[in-house]
Design a protein around this ligand. Structure first.
Ligand SMILES: [Zn+2]
Ligand SMILES: [Zn+2]
Length: 111
């Protein structure tokens, strides 16, 4: 089968398009780990992030929006039983507990 010059040009163009398309399909280099962006933040800054707010809400729902020490339903805070994890939202459920402001302060004064 013979191609005319214009047909050859067209085939070339198509091949180039396919090559470009294949290139764009190639996976891009891995982005740097997301956690990097938190590296320089203080604990007080970390607990203002949506990541923590989401986690906090999950614990509030689990504990029925109630202080697990005295049963009060206002001024609630999430207490970390341990601080084993680098970022507060990484703590597992059993490491987090809902306490009211007063009970929370008490716990921190005792320990
Ligand atoms: Zn309480
Ligand atoms: Zn605490």
């Amino acid at each position: 089968m013979f191609y005319s010059d214009t047909e050859k040009k067209q085939i070339k163009k198509q091949n180039r398009l396919i090559a470009n398309w294949k290139k764009s399909k190639r996976p891009k280099k891995k982005k740097k780990h997301k956690a990097k962006k938190y590296e320089n933040l203080s604990y007080n800054q970390l607990i203002k992030l949506p990541e923590w707010k989401k986690r906090r809400n999950q614990i509030l729902i689990r504990d029925n929006y109630t202080c697990q020490n005295c049963g009060q339903k206002i001024h609630l805070e999430v207490h970390h039983i341990t601080y084993r994890y680098k970022y507060p939202w990484l703590s597992p459920n059993e490491d987090l507990i809902i306490l009211c402001e007063i009970c929370h302060a008490k716990i921190h004064n005792i320990t």
